[in-house]
Ligand binder design. Structure first.
Ligand code: ATP
Ligand code: LTN
Length: 333
């Protein structure tokens, strides 16, 4: 039988904006479920965010707020290694070496680079271009077996695997070859305004996105404005993508099955459904909000979390780096 305790999970999110209900349902809720059975490392990949200009003061605040949001979502800092990418310099060191094992042709194919350079035409920097190599370093440093991410990261993960295989072929087994894992439930929570588009923290239309930090009033308003259809029947069907998305949210946040939600609102209109869904979300987020405030009032504890996280991560990362340095022929100090 597989011994999951020996398996390593790594995932990361860029500290930009604020966490959404989509991030929570699609990623963090699942990360929490994995902490029992695996050694999990979750990193706030601050260096990746520098590919886009950040206001330094704001950026520091956002980085800390992200860690507090992770903790408030219930990620246990004892069971998981929670840390800032920039606190473990082995990430950039390995990234440089892996750059020398990555071909321009491979980077030219990355769709995220193409999309992001379209969005930031005045700042197409080389960091944006080699972003996937730093991501590969994040993953390979920890001998990661599984990377839980969304569908959008599949191409980056495939590149990471190719780089690892190439390095292993040149120098003998050095890196574990990681696999991609997409969550089964709620893998794609959609925008409340455009149900054919994923809910995203960088969406220009904030009415489409529920942020975990939104106030009760805002949640009520956003829910009232959520796009539905003229059927006025709470049915889980592809014909009614807006309502289907709302039912998924109800089911995951309210912890009841899709069938039960549909049964509960049989014969009732959208007005009552949306109002009660807003209440379910408000209730569901209440512990998050309380914990967020508690941690914000206890920044000494938060500091110990990221310092300890960096220590634990560095220990593993340095083990891999020692081997890599020696394999490529760098002298030891
Ligand atoms: P951005 O708008 O800045 O691209 P994002 O909201 O799309 O951000 P990311 O930081 O790229 O989120 O992703 C963090 C994690 O949350 C990833 O694992 C991603 O798969 C997951 N995630 C993001 N949006 C959703 C969503 N709408 N439904 C389910 N999972 C999501
Ligand atoms: N590119 C990812 C964030 C990210 C990541 C990683 C995810 C950076 N390094 C390593 C998983 C593993 C994103 O945009 N969501």
């Amino acid at each position: 039988m597989e011994n999951n305790h020996q398996k390593i999970i790594f995932s990361g999110a860029q500290p930009t904006g604020s966490l959404t209900l989509g991030n929570y349902i699609g990623a963090i809720q699942n990360w929490k479920a994995l902490e029992k059975d695996y050694q999990c490392l979750y990193s706030i990949v601050d260096l990746h965010s520098l590919t886009v200009r950040q206001d330094p003061k704001e950026f520091q605040k956002t980085c800390l707020s992200f860690l507090v949001q992770y903790l408030a979502c219930g990620l246990d800092p004892e069971k998981n290694i929670l840390f800032f990418q920039s606190h473990v310099p082995q990430h950039t060191e390995l990234s440089w070496i892996l750059n020398c094992y990555t071909y321009l042709g491979e980077l030219n194919r990355m769709t995220q680079f193409k999309e992001k350079s379209q969005k930031n035409k005045d700042n197409i920097n080389s960091g944006l271009y080699s972003y996937p190599v730093l991501q590969a370093a994040d993953i390979l440093l920890y001998q990661t077996n599984i990377v839980p991410v969304g569908e959008d990261q599949k191409q980056h993960l495939e590149l990471c695997r190719d780089i690892a295989l190439r390095f292993n072929q040149a120098h003998g087994d050095t890196f574990a070859i990681p696999e991609h894992r997409i969550p089964k439930v709620g893998a794609r929570i959609m925008s409340l305004q455009e149900p054919d588009k994923k809910m995203s923290k960088s969406d220009d239309n904030v009415n489409g996105t529920i942020f975990l930090m939104d106030t009760e009033d805002i949640i009520l308003k956003k829910m009232k404005r959520a796009v539905t259809d003229s059927e006025n029947k709470v049915l889980y069907s592809d014909e009614q993508p807006g309502i289907k998305n709302l039912i998924t949210i109800y089911s995951t946040v309210g912890n009841i099955s899709i069938e039960e939600v549909v049964k509960k609102y049989d014969g009732k209109g959208y007005g009552a459904f949306k109002k009660e869904l807003a209440e379910v979300i408000i209730e569901g987020l209440r512990p998050f909000k309380e914990k967020y405030q508690d941690y914000m009032n206890n920044m000494d504890f938060v500091e110990t979390v990221y310092k300890r996280g960096a220590e634990r991560a560095t220990e593993i990362a340095e083990r891999t780096m020692k081997e890599v340095r020696s394999k490529v022929g760098l002298l030891t100090k």
